[in-house]
Design a protein around this ligand. Structure first.
Ligand code: PEP
Ligand code: MN
Length: 256
């Protein structure tokens, strides 16, 4: 496996990060790890920031133990959200890339804390953050160096209610032309509904995205969080096949 600080360095690589919204069980994670297109970068929430306090909050320490056990069997890069500076030390041994969620983009103490560890950071855009506010938050990660700061568009609030969020591909085009940062798109949280995720992912690549973060679940109907926007393993493989064809048009090669 590549050193984590080089993970996103190649400008011709299209990164695909996939996995469940939340790590739920050994069976769930094994199904994803052994899917037809085995993803090389796996996402999964261990500490979840749920809008409703009674919703599944993540496995916490148990999620750490599970990922460690699976990585001991066969190494893989794991991407997970850190929601509190006190979680960083725990997550460090299993995490290649830290994710800062939309709800924490403005949590500057968390950003400063995570920047002290030499791992790439994916900074999601807050629901209503302007691009300037988002870039302001990215400044707190400056110590990591440009190549290790990933801005992730995940849709913003709008007047419309049909979709979960408004996928702002304009931000992707703008950021790619005006900043040195990597720009990823999360089509899952942007659209919020499975049937639209693949098309949104393809549009993101056409807009210039360097990578995608896509929620995948072996049994979306049984997911403990965000099942309504998860791709099944079959749908994920369909996405991979489409990205393999699309990436070269934009001078990129898909890294799965
Ligand atoms: C997530 O990626 O699981 C997540 C909670 O995303 P966001 O912070 O963009 O809502
Ligand atoms: Mn989610």
């Amino acid at each position: 496996m590549k050193d984590t600080l080089d993970l996103f360095a190649d400008p011709h690589e299209l990164t695909l990060i996939s996995g469940p919204c939340a790590v739920e069980s050994e069976m769930q994670m094994r199904a994803i790890l052994t899917g037809v297109n085995k993803p090389s970068l796996i996402r999964g929430g261990i500490f979840k920031m749920r809008t409703n306090k009674n919703s599944f909050q993540g496995l916490g320490d148990g999620g750490f133990d599970l990922i460690r056990k699976l990585q001991d069997e066969a190494p893989f890069h794991f991407v997970t959200e850190v929601t509190d500076p006190r979680q960083i030390e725990l997550l460090l041994p299993i995490t290649s890339v830290f994710q800062i969620g939309a709800r924490n983009m403005y949590n500057y103490e968390l950003l400063k804390a995570v920047a002290a560890f030499k791992k790439p950071v994916i900074l999601k855009r807050a629901f209503s953050a302007t691009i300037s506010e988002w870039l302001g938050a990215a400044e707190y990660l400056a110590d990591l160096g440009e190549k290790n700061i990933v801005l992730c568009e995940r849709g913003v609030r709008s007047f419309d209610t049909k979709l979960r969020n408004l996928l702002d591909l304009g931000s992707v085009i703008y950021l790619k032309k005006t900043t040195p940062f990597k720009v990823f798109v999360d089509p899952s949280h942007s659209m919020g509904l499975t049937p639209y995720v693949i098309d949104a992912a393809l549009a993101a690549v056409a807009a210039g995205a360097d990578g995608l973060i896509v929620e995948v679940h072996p049994n979306p109907a049984q997911a403990l969080s965000d099942g309504q926007q998860a791709l099944s393993l079959e749908q994920f493989n369909d996405l991979v096949a489409k990205l393999q064809k699309l990436a070269p048009i934009f001078d990129k090669k898909l890294k799965v």
